[in-house]
Design a protein around this ligand. Structure first.
Ligand SMILES: [Zn+2]
Length: 169
């Protein structure tokens, strides 16, 4: 392998969304338009954001609506990377890291700089300091294998015995 090839490990997209959701909404998702909590999940957008339907004002919104991550062609993990790196790396370097157009990255850097003075919803830079940005692909793979077997142990054991007892009485 030549040393020129990119050594950039982006955080897993799902983890970026988790961090963003937690920073924006905390435990309960509330409508970004009317702040009602009468909100139900309605699938995902083309960019993998969770989509919501607000029953109060009857409007759709998603994880990215009204944030600096909305309405942009970069993937969420790429935007996380730019926000994280733009304070220490030249824009040209970030563009090379991501294999993206310099102008596009520069525009996004400017956009972030514009809003970063008046962000009060959540701390943008804090959110983007995803601790796993630099984990290797190998370590990431191991983590995923843990999830599924645990769910099997959660089958409804409580319900059946009490039913049987009732029947036999
Ligand atoms: Zn609403």
């Amino acid at each position: 392998m030549d040393e020129q090839s990119a050594q950039v490990f982006l955080p897993p997209r799902e983890r970026c969304f988790e961090r963003l959701r937690l920073a924006r909404f905390g435990e309960t998702v509330t409508c970004v338009h009317c702040e009602s909590d009468a909100v139900v999940d309605r699938g995902t957008t083309g960019k993998d954001a969770q989509q919501y339907w607000c029953k109060s004002c009857e409007t759709y919104f998603n994880d990215l609506t009204k944030t600096i991550f909305g309405q942009h062609r970069f993937d969420l993990e790429e935007m996380f990377y730019i926000v994280k790196e733009m304070r220490s790396e030249p824009t040209a370097q970030i563009a090379r890291d991501l294999d993206r157009d310099y102008e596009a990255v520069l525009n996004y850097v400017h956009k972030v700089q514009e809003v970063s003075d008046n962000i009060d919803e959540f701390d943008l830079y804090d959110v983007c300091e995803a601790d796993e940005v630099y984990v290797t692909a190998g370590e990431r793979g191991l983590e995923d294998e843990d999830g599924s077997p645990r769910e099997r142990g959660l089958s409804k054991r409580g319900a059946e015995p009490s039913n049987q007892t009732n029947r036999q009485c």
